[in-house]
Every structure is written in structure tokens, then in C-alpha cells.
Design a binder for this molecule. Structure first.
Ligand SMILES: [Mn+2]
Length: 334
């Protein structure tokens, strides 16, 4: 591929060498779309994964890679046997279906959004896109963020997870609870965490959809995500399942809409809310391994401590010791 203007390329995938050719071409297209070296390598990996899947499951097909501005789209089309269960197809190492998996977990992790259409006996189309986005370094802001977490006593692996990411004047926090406890819960929570870490800046609805795909084939997770725009003083919030949220230190009470369901299994789209975030407000998110009824002095205790110390204090006081337990605190910097 030598023409600098080429932004759209369809290639046949019929023999293993085609996999290497199409993934190298995808890397070039991503380079021209302004992707960093690291992003180009990830895109190359996603295309390699898709193309090898196509060969393995359908024998042959085509891959199309295109760039529109800073968005790269990859699409694989085959006329193979099709996929009986799209859910199993995206399970990545966690599925009991074993080798039946189409192995799309990597693709989902590396791309912003993935959609699959498949009909038995007719073939499969997988379409994924990713937009080039550079996260600016975080500026020190007015929020102090801390977390404390521990596995269910007696278990080595924590089935809860969390994300704290800051860039520019944005901060994203999340508490994730993998269904159950032990290794299967851990696998689910980590699948969600890895996806969210890599996609902290995409629209909230897309985050939940992507985590849903990442968690298919696992037990699934419940999750609450809060994204603060510290410049605008606003908060975007969305939650599915029983992660508790408390807002302290505000004159008017605040609460958020929580959808029922298990992400990766049966969750609806979340209801995303955007609210003004009061400068003195404290947000506490916790998993159901922590009791939700607190003593009257709990708010004062958190106010007097750093976010990390406050989270630890709440975990020690109110952790039920019957489940994985996580407390995350976002408070004004003292
Ligand atoms: Mn739990």
C-alpha cells in the first residue's frame, strides 16, 4: 500500500499470510489517521485477532479497514457457518464453552465499540471502531479521591474492582462488583475494569455497552460510574445494579437513578444523569459488602480525614466480612 491518500482498504483473507498483510495495512491507516505508536500497535493486534478468527471459523472472507478523520473502522465479513451464540463468541477465556469462543474479547478491549451480526449457515459480520483520543495529563484539581477494598475473608482474589482515572480537568471513578466472590467474580470484575480503564473518556452509554460485551461469558458485574468535569463543576453518573451511592455535605439532597440488572448478562442501558456538582460535596460509592446504614457521625468522620483514610475507616467500620467489600470516596481537597 503506497498511495498516501488511501483511507479505505478491503482485502481478501484466505491464507495465514493475508492476516499479516491486512494487520500491517491497518497499522498504516491508523498512523495516517494520527494514532500514536501504541494505539497503532493495538489496532494492528485487533485486526490480527479478527482476521485469524475469520480464517479459523469461516475459512475465508474479507477485511475492510477505513479511516474517517480520527476514527478507524475495521470490519470482517465471512460467509461461514455463523455463530450460534454471540454471547459465547465474545467470551474471552472465561467461557466454559472453551474453544467454541470466537475470541472477540481482545477486539472489544482494544476497540471503542464492537457489533456482531451473525446468522447460522449464512456468515458473520463483525464491525468495530476506535477514535484516536489523546488523554492530556491531569491537572491538580479540587478533588481528593481514595479507595479501600478487600476480598471476602478467606479468599485470595477480590471480586470487587474499582477504577480511578484523571486527565485534564476530568476525573472518572467507578466501583465494580463481580457477581458472587472468589475467582469467577474476580474474572468478571477485572474484565470490566480493563475495559473501563481504556475507555474512560467515551460516552457513558458506550462505556456500559463495552463493559457488557467485555463481561459476556463471565458471571457479570454491577457497576456505578461517576465522571467529574472539575472545570464545569458537573458530574455525570450512571449505575446498574446494587452499588450504593451517598452524597454528603450538600445543602439539597442528591440521588441518582439506578437500573436493575447484571452487566454482561441481562442489563438494560443505564440512565445517565448530569448534575451540577457542589464544590463542598462528597461522593461515597460502595459495594454491597459494606453496610449502607451508617452512624450519625460517619459524615463528620469522612470530612475530617483524607479520602483514602476515610474510605479505609468506612470499610473497617461497616464492612460485613461476608463478601468482597469496597469503599470509594471523592471529597473536596482539604
Ligand atoms: Mn458483592
Amino acid at each position: 500500500m503506497s498511495d498516501e491518500a488511501v483511507q479505505w482498504l478491503t482485502s481478501p483473507v484466505e491464507v495465514p499470510a493475508d492476516v499479516l498483510i491486512v494487520s500491517a495495512d491497518a497499522e498504516l491507516i491508523a498512523q495516517r489517521a494520527g494514532f500514536s505508536e501504541h494505539e497503532c500497535a493495538e489496532l494492528r493486534l485487533a485486526v490480527r485477532e479478527l482476521a485469524s478468527n475469520l480464517l479459523r471459523h469461516a475459512g475465508s472472507g474479507t477485511m475492510t479497514v477505513s479511516a474517517d478523520g480520527s476514527c478507524v473502522t475495521i470490519e470482517s465479513v465471512d460467509h461461514g457457518p455463523g455463530i450460534a451464540s454471540v454471547n459465547e463468541a465474545v467470551a474471552d477465556g472465561f467461557s466454559t464453552a472453551g474453544s467454541l469462543g470466537y475470541g472477540l474479547g481482545t477486539v472489544n478491549r482494544l476497540m471503542d465499540e464492537v457489533s456482531i451480526t451473525s446468522a447460522l449457515g449464512k456468515g458473520t459480520t463483525v464491525r468495530a471502531h476506535r477514535t484516536h483520543r489523546e488523554l492530556e495529563p491531569a491537572v491538580r484539581g479540587p478533588l481528593d479521591i481514595g479507595v479501600a477494598t478487600m476480598p471476602k475473608p478467606g479468599f485470595a482474589e477480590n471480586g470487587d474492582g474499582y477504577v480511578i482515572r484523571m486527565w485534564g480537568s476530568t476525573a472518572l471513578v467507578a466501583v465494580i462488583d463481580g457477581v458472587g466472590h472468589g475467582a469467577p467474580a474476580h474474572a468478571a470484575a477485572q474484565a470490566a475494569r480493563v475495559y473501563l480503564e481504556a475507555h474512560a473518556d467515551i460516552p457513558m452509554e458506550a462505556i456500559f455497552r463495552g463493559v457488557g460485551v467485555a463481561c459476556r461469558g463471565t458471571r457479570g458485574v454491577v457497576m456505578a460510574v461517576a465522571r467529574f468535569d472539575r472545570q464545569a463543576g458537573s458530574l455525570e453518573f450512571a449505575s446498574v445494579g446494587n452499588i450504593e451511592s451517598h452524597v454528603l455535605g450538600t445543602r439539597t439532597p442528591m440521588s441518582f437513578i439506578v437500573r436493575r440488572g447484571i452487566i454482561g448478562v441481562n442489563a438494560p442501558d443505564p440512565k445517565v444523569s448530569t448534575s451540577r456538582w457542589p464544590s463542598g460535596g462528597t461522593l461515597v460509592l460502595h459495594s454491597d459488602g459494606v453496610a449502607s446504614h451508617w452512624d450519625d457521625d460517619a459524615a463528620a468522620t469522612i470530612a475530617s480525614l483524607s479520602a483514602t483514610a476515610g474510605a479505609r475507616e468506612l470499610l473497617v467500620r461497616y464492612g460485613k466480612l461476608m463478601d468482597d467489600a469496597t469503599v470509594l470516596v471523592v471529597k473536596p481537597r482539604g
